[in-house]
Design a protein. Structure first.
Length: 367
């Protein structure tokens, strides 16, 4: 029981990045015709989401102080948006993979509720309590706020045609979230550029969080592409937005593509030149998610702007996503097994030490 209790106590929302990564690779696989992989990852995600969400609810009830400390930590607070993104990505799987829009609507409503709670709490805490210098707290993981916001736009855009007469309101709401997410990206990436250029950064701090630089742009591209594709299916004045939306969606995709070689070079600098040893942490799912998202968004962009040849990129990029997902998944399982066995071995040893009788003085001191 102590192992489970300690797991709940220390379970940070970054584990929802596994849901995000698995979900988007499932969706990308479905778009490319790999139905077996899409369905397999979908069922894995349902189980994983149920487990992680249940543990997080238990953490709220049992260890509220620990959760609030994470929420108040500028380095960690915005990572709570992974809960929002994981929920909406799983909802998008219900639409794209198994065609169950009614179930997806439940996830969208829940995602909106989570987004409201997380955005109001995290940003207000940052505005009021954060008094540290930018180089001490700023990292690429802050862009998960963009990812969480755009995930609401993605699922809303997918579901808008399913709402009938209310589809116009859903489409309008999705445009609002898309623009909020775009604004957050522009603000946060400016601060991240400032952090990278003007302050020294250690190899240990690089790569996993900074892949979200590209991942946030990829999900912004996906949201914009879905809005473009579904505008003709919904009544309202949204046809007037089409040119604007297509242009900015291509802009975000171009910027995301520009990031990829820089992120690869950062990885080489960290692991080859500085010989940093790989050790699994949930942050590494932040590298897998952008690969899957870039694959999916490129396919959707090619459909939205009617330029089919760029979809060929996804035919190759998906394999990088498969390799990354498989490697991180295997190392995650090994890490969890090692952690569990180490804790189980430590508990009897600790109990034996406590139960061991203390040595007694049998001799008499001589004066």
């Amino acid at each position: 029981m102590s192992v489970i209790r300690n797991t709940i106590k220390t379970l940070h929302p970054t584990y929802f990045a596994f849901i995000m990564s698995t979900g988007i690779i499932s969706i990308a696989s479905g778009l490319l015709g790999f139905k077996g992989i899409a369905y397999g990852l979908f069922y894995i995600n349902i189980v994983a989401y149920a487990i992680i969400l249940s543990l997080q609810i238990l953490r709220v009830r049992m260890f509220w102080t620990n959760l609030y400390n994470d929420l108040s930590n500028p380095k960690l607070s915005l990572v709570f948006f992974t809960i929002v993104a994981g929920t909406n990505v799983l909802g998008a799987q219900f639409v794209s993979v198994v065609n169950q829009p009614e179930i997806a609507k439940i996830f969208w409503y829940f995602g909106i509720f989570l987004w409201t709670i997380v955005s109001l709490s995290t940003f207000n805490i940052l505005f009021i309590k954060c008094d540290q210098r930018i180089e001490m707290v700023m990292h690429g993981g802050w862009l998960i706020a963009t990812v969480g916001t755009q995930s609401v736009a993605v699922l809303g855009g997918l579901l808008a045609p399913e709402f009938g007469d209310a589809g116009s309101l859903v489409m309008f709401s999705s445009f609002v979230w898309w623009m909020i997410g775009s604004f957050l990206y522009m603000v946060l990436i400016t601060l991240i550029f400032y952090r990278l250029v003007f302050f020294k950064i250690s190899p240990d701090a690089l790569v996993p969080p900074y892949w979200i630089n590209m991942g946030a742009l990829a999900i912004t591209t996906l949201a914009g592409s879905i809005l473009c594709i579904n505008i003709p299916k919904v009544q309202g004045p949204y046809a007037d937005f089409l040119g604007f939306t297509k242009g900015f969606t291509l802009f975000f995709w171009s910027f995301g593509t520009w990031w990829i070689p820089f992120l690869v070079i950062m990885g080489i600098w960290k692991y080859v030149f500085h010989k940093t040893q790989y050790k699994y942490t949930p942050l590494y799912w932040g590298m897998v998610f952008p690969l899957g998202m870039y694959t999916a968004c490129t396919i959707r962009l090619s459909q939205a702007i009617e330029i089919p040849f760029i979809a060929n990129i996804s035919n190759y990029f998906i394999y990088a996503a498969y390799v990354a997902w498989s490697f991180i998944f295997i190392t995650m399982i090994i890490s969890l097994i090692k952690a569990a066995t180490a804790k189980e071995a430590a508990t009897p040893a600790k109990e034996a030490k406590v139960a061991q009788p203390q040595p007694q003085m049998t001799g008499v001191a001589k004066g």
